[in-house]
Write a protein that binds this ligand. Structure first.
Ligand code: PEP
Ligand code: MN
Length: 443
């Protein structure tokens, strides 16, 4: 099996690509990247696909989360560790509640490129190209920094390699010990104002673990976890250079991440992103917003997953709290009627963004929970498996989303508003969300 050439992809009018000033520099970077070793391995992608197949069979749940946009400056041991810590802590709570394995996937080690709704950004009467992620141009609002530089793609590769290396070490090197992870949760419950609501669940988990230990269950499964990397496959030069033919199966794999997804703005059926990901064997995702029809979703499923292969395709719906109840059922119905069982994941972040009067892009914890609850309700009504959640979060105590345990107000946002793109849940908000999801999974 082969995959389309870059030239072929460029004839498909790819959306959301940088406007590089020097095409020969782009070609040189692409060539250089194509000689670099793969970041992930085909066998790992196959393992994740079979785990996602168990989600599709109602036997597992997916937790996918991380920054909206990673930054090169954020590639530090502390930052990666904090993110993993909060993701692993969330997964324990959900796994206990759901009584099925939680498949853990980070939005990390490659999440450096952003689609933008506007090509230009205007501040105080000055218009410059929008920031498109560290993979493309600089965050600083100066004309020099906003010029797209293809050499940044090499930095993406290096930053992703370093992040993956740390991640692999953390999740196998003792850091992922179940008892330690659970201690983080009990600390959260004790030090936050949500003691009554979650104490019971946290206590139950503690007792279950103590019981396992007295039984002598103390093997590797208590100390290590499988953890996978994912990002939006946006920049064709990068994604194409890292697409390789696997020597065992002779099949193409995108070796820049285990799971890659197509964003809401680049999922045109005859577009370049769909063409590229249709040709790789990785498990893949597609974001679906409130305007998508059942017929469109079905056409995407047929194109991206022609063999209706379990675990191959994940639909990440991001409808908005007000729309999920109406927009989601017709899509599920069309897909069900076609006999398909993709993984259904809720992204309760991207349909619930708004701007405050003091100019911050934010999201409210309440609205995020409202979309999640609405999404669970729809799946319950339609006898469909709510397969997982996709969250923008960080392990740090930032102030980017309002509400939640700390009751963050709009006036608090200026304290630690650090995101390079969309507002993320902070550590405590993320853990609270995990307990909220857990309540639905226990129903
Ligand atoms: C994102 O996940 O950061 C994103 C841009 O999402 P969407 O494609 O759903 O808008
Ligand atoms: Mn985002």
């Amino acid at each position: 099996m082969s995959f389309p050439s870059l030239e072929q992809l460029h004839t498909l009018k790819p959306q959301q690509q940088p406007n590089y000033p020097d095409p020969s520099a782009v070609a040189a970077v692409n060539l250089e990247l194509s000689t670099r070793p793969p970041l992930v391995f085909a066998g790992e992608c196959d393992d994740l696909r079979s785990k996602l197949a168990s989600v599709a069979r109602r036997e597992a749940f997916l937790l996918q989360g991380g920054d909206c946009a990673e930054t090169f400056a954020g590639v530090t041991a502390q930052n990666v560790k904090n993110k993993l810590q909060v993701l692993l802590a969330m997964a324990v709570v959900m796994q206990y509640a759901a009584q099925v394995p939680v498949v853990k996937v980070g939005r990390l080690a490659g999440q450096y490129a952003k689609p933008r709704s506007s090509d230009m950004e205007t501040r105080d009467g000055v218009s410059l190209p929008s920031f498109r992620g560290d993979a493309v141009n600089g965050f600083d609002f100066t004309s020099d920094s906003r010029i797209p530089d293809p050499r940044r793609l090499l930095d993406v590769y290096n930053a992703s390699a370093a992040t993956l290396n740390l991640t692999r070490a953390f999740v196998t090197g003792g850091f992922a010990d179940l008892r330690t992870i659970h201690n983080w949760n009990t600390n959260f419950v004790r030090t936050s104002s949500v003691v009554e609501r979650y104490e019971h669940l946290a206590d139950e988990i503690e007792r279950a673990m103590a019981f396992m230990i007295t039984c002598g269950i103390d093997d590797d499964s208590m100390r290590t976890v499988d953890f996978y990397a994912s990002h939006e496959a946006l920049l064709l030069e990068y994604e194409h250079a890292l697409t390789r033919i696997d020597s065992r199966s002779q099949q193409p794999y995108n070796t820049s991440g285990h799971f890659v997804w197509i964003g809401e703005r680049t999922r045109q059926l005859d577009g370049a992103h769909v063409e590229l990901l249709a040709s790789v064997r990785n498990p893949i995702g597609v974001k679906l917003g409130p305007k998508v029809s059942g017929a469109e979703a079905l056409a995407l499923a047929e194109r991206l997953d022609p063999d209706n292969e379990p675990g191959r395709l994940t639909f990440i719906t991001r409808m908005g709290a007000d729309n999920v109840g109406e927009a989601l059922p017709p899509i599920i119905e069309t897909i069900q009627n076609a006999g398909r069982t993709p993984v259904w994941v809720c992204d309760p972040m991207h349909g619930n963004t708004f701007s405050t009067s003091n100019g911050y892009k934010t999201r409210s914890f309440d609205r995020i929970v409202t979309e999640l609850n609405g999404w669970f309700d729809v799946h319950d009504q339609m006898d469909s498996w709510p397969g997982g959640v996709h969250i923008e979060l960080t392990g740090d105590d930032v102030t980017e989303c309002v509400g939640g345990v700390g009751e963050l107000a709009e006036t608090d946002l200026e304290n630690r508003y650090e995101t390079a793109c969309d507002p993320r849940l902070n550590r405590n908000q993320s853990l609270e969300l995990a307990f909220t999801v857990a309540e639905r999974l226990t129903d």
